[in-house]
Design a protein around this ligand. Structure first.
Ligand code: FMN
Length: 219
């Protein structure tokens, strides 16, 4: 199915739900951050998973708004754009032994991992791709493997956007994120799931940008 047909199917499903009057989530904002830094300056790493340009991406709009909020509260933000970097997927070779150097000497190993290891808070940002993380972001997540134990204890946030508006749009991604948080022994401090945000003007007009800003500003 090409992109146009995929979006057509999503639109048709959305319209059916709309006409049947059930399950439309106008705003699904699970923001929970409330001054969790207790006034200390936090080190934050934002990992963007969209291949779209900064000015066109809907999920990066949420991370831009989050970053504005976090910086306004005095926190330090490092941003890694997975789609712009030369990165490699985990080969499952176990050369790292889950606590060692990866065989790949790439941007994840050199640029991102050192920042992640010293960060207080990790922000996962993704467009919804077939009800999960984008491949770009999942590539980064799989590479957590080389330092799984050392990444325990961080705080985390997810910011995501999707075309669809059905109330089950983000069910699988939310389950995946919350399972990851549990396994990584993280503390979830905010979730924004932008339904009906399939293009930039839609997310800009929605309430999700303000939700992302407020999470950052409230840290
Ligand atoms: C490969 C691909 C898969 C997608 N899968 C879904 C999906 O499962 N559900 C949905 O609602 N939207 C889906 N979409 C639409 C995107 O999630 C949506 O357009 C999003 O706003 C893109 O965010 P971005 O601009 O940050 O990349 C998909 C788009 C692409 C290109």
């Amino acid at each position: 199915m090409d992109r146009r047909n995929f979006l057509k199917v999503l639109c048709a499903g959305t319209m059916t739900l709309f006409l049947s009057g059930c399950g439309l989530a106008a705003v699904e904002d699970k923001a929970v951050a409330k001054n969790i830094s207790e006034g200390d300056k936090m080190k934050i790493v934002v990992i963007n998973g969209s291949p779209h340009a900064d000015s066109e991406s809907t999920s990066k709009y949420l991370s831009q708004r989050f970053t504005e909020g976090a910086k306004s509260a005095g926190h330090e933000v490092f941003t890694f754009d997975a789609a712009k970097e030369d990165i490699n997927p985990c080969q499952g070779c176990d050369a790292c032994g889950m606590d060692g150097d990866c065989i790949f000497n790439d941007a994840i190993a050199n640029k991102l991992m050192p920042k992640m290891l010293e960060a207080d808070l990790l922000v996962l940002v993704t467009p919804l791709y077939y009800f999960g993380f984008s491949a770009q972001l999942k590539t980064v997540i799989d590479r957590f493997y080389s330092r799984t134990g050392k990444l325990h204890g961080k705080k985390s946030i997810i910011l995501a956007t999707a075309w669809n508006t059905a109330d089950w749009t983000f069910t699988a991604l939310k389950n995946h994120y919350e399972t990851l948080v549990r396994y990584m022994e993280w503390q979830d401090v905010g979730q924004v799931y932008g339904t009906g945000c399939g293009y930039r003007s839609a997310v800009e007009k929605s309430a999700f940008g303000d939700a992302a800003y407020k999470i950052g500003a409230a840290l």
